[in-house]
Design a protein around this ligand. Structure first.
Ligand code: CP3
Length: 357
């Protein structure tokens, strides 16, 4: 990505373009390492729980005013360098015809999962993504409310992770239904993945058009696959997805349990590659090479440890990044529901303090 693009050709204002987060995405030097945290707006915050006692999760996602407030409140309370849209990766399944519910205790449920090729009949990629208009409206409001130098990250689920939900009908431990579908009917699998990929590309580009400065693609469950299956069943779709995203917008390619997939993920695309805590940040970055930025990689459970241990692990990760341009500090996966808020705030401060150049 050219960093010397003349100002008049940029579609985003200088204050955002020169923000720590976007500079790090472009692998440019920064005054301190940017940090944001996956699931930074969520149940670990009492303000979020109190809001959720009045509205259901889906109502919250579909109310742009409340969704915007949730995003902006979390970003400002924590002092992070980027905000993330408040939404969910599964929302896109609704306009594709899936009956989605977030049930108490059980997590997401899809009442009409895909179980055979017949279930795909009539399903087509979303050509018109306006059915998710409430998301773009939240993006517009968030952008208007955020400080001028804090970028907003839009996001979507990756096709594999979405396909797992669409086929399993909810969360799963071994993904046996999704994998059996993939192995037994590769044609139907590819048809479903293509529908998800092309819909997701349009959805992300609509978030960008509404005011997101970067996008993250969550392939949360891809670590369930071995390298050969990833190469055959997932990588072509991920390539196609990244190739359709507006070129000047940084795309973060996130997965967990991906120690054996990193090179394949990098080859599929992404400006920034997410690393989880099962790999050492320096060793992971070495394998990915100098052409990409990296994001990560503190174990979210470390936030339950005493501050001294959080500090020790934060220093270790920053030492491994060694001040090289292109590191975005984050957890290796989302903040867990019972995480102490003061530890989260302390982490953000430590990252800034320990990395100040
Ligand atoms: O702050 C943020 O990071 C932005 C909001 C966000 C949510 N979900 C809100 C949410 C984001 C980026 C997501 C992504 C998401 N959703 C992923 C990928 C990220 C990951 O953790 O790997 C996945 C797999 C989902 C699907 C999903 N949504 C599950 C499995 C669950 C239930 C899990 C749980 O913690 O209960 C959700 C619900 C959900 N999404 C909540 C939030 C704040 C909790 C809902 C609530 O009870 O209020």
């Amino acid at each position: 990505m050219p960093s010397d693009l003349p100002t008049q050709e940029r579609t985003i204002p200088d204050a955002l373009w020169n923000s720590r987060f976007l500079r790090a995405c472009r692998r440019e030097p920064v005054d301190a390492t940017p940090v944001w945290l996956m699931r930074q707006a969520g149940r670990y915050m009492s303000e979020y729980r109190s809001l959720r006692s009045k509205v259901s999760f889906l109502e919250l996602c579909k109310n742009p005013e409340l969704a915007a407030e949730t995003t902006v409140f979390a970003a400002e309370t924590l002092g992070v360098d980027a905000a993330i849209l408040f939404a969910d990766i599964l929302l896109i399944l609704e306009p594709l015809g899936f009956d989605l519910e977030f049930s108490k205790g059980e997590g997401p449920v899809i009442h009409n999962p895909v179980r055979s090729v017949g279930d795909l009949a009539g399903m087509e990629p979303l050509t018109d993504v306006s059915s998710l208009g409430y998301v773009y409206e939240a993006v517009r409001r968030i952008r208007a409310e955020l400080p001028a130098n804090i970028p907003l990250i839009g996001f979507a689920g990756a096709p594999f992770t979405l396909a797992c939900y669409a086929i399993e009908g909810g969360s799963s431990r071994h993904y046996e239904k999704a994998k059996a579908f993939m192995y037994s009917d590769p044609g139907a699998w590819n048809a479903l993945m293509t529908i998800l990929t092309d819909s997701t590309a349009r959805y992300l580009n609509a978030q960008v058009a509404a005011g997101a400065q970067a996008v993250q693609i969550f392939d949360s469950w891809v670590g369930a696959l071995g390298p050969d299956d990833y190469r055959r069943f997932v990588q072509p779709h991920m390539r196609r997805l990244f190739s359709q995203i507006v070129p000047e917008v940084p795309a973060i390619h996130f997965g967990t349990d991906t120690a054996t997939l990193l090179e394949l993920q990098r080859d599929a695309g992404g400006t920034v590659i997410g690393l989880d805590w099962r790999v050492e940040l320096d060793a992971g970055w070495e394998r990915l090479g100098p052409e990409v930025a990296v994001q990560g990689n503190l174990d979210p459970v470390v936030l339950f440890a005493p501050l001294a241990e959080i500090g020790r692990q934060t220093r270790r990760i920053l030492d491994q990044a060694a001040g090289r341009p292109g590191h975005i500090f984050n957890l290796g996966h989302g903040i867990l529901p019972h995480t102490p808020v003061d530890h989260v705030r302390a982490l953000v401060q430590m990252v800034h303090e320990f990395s100040a150049r």
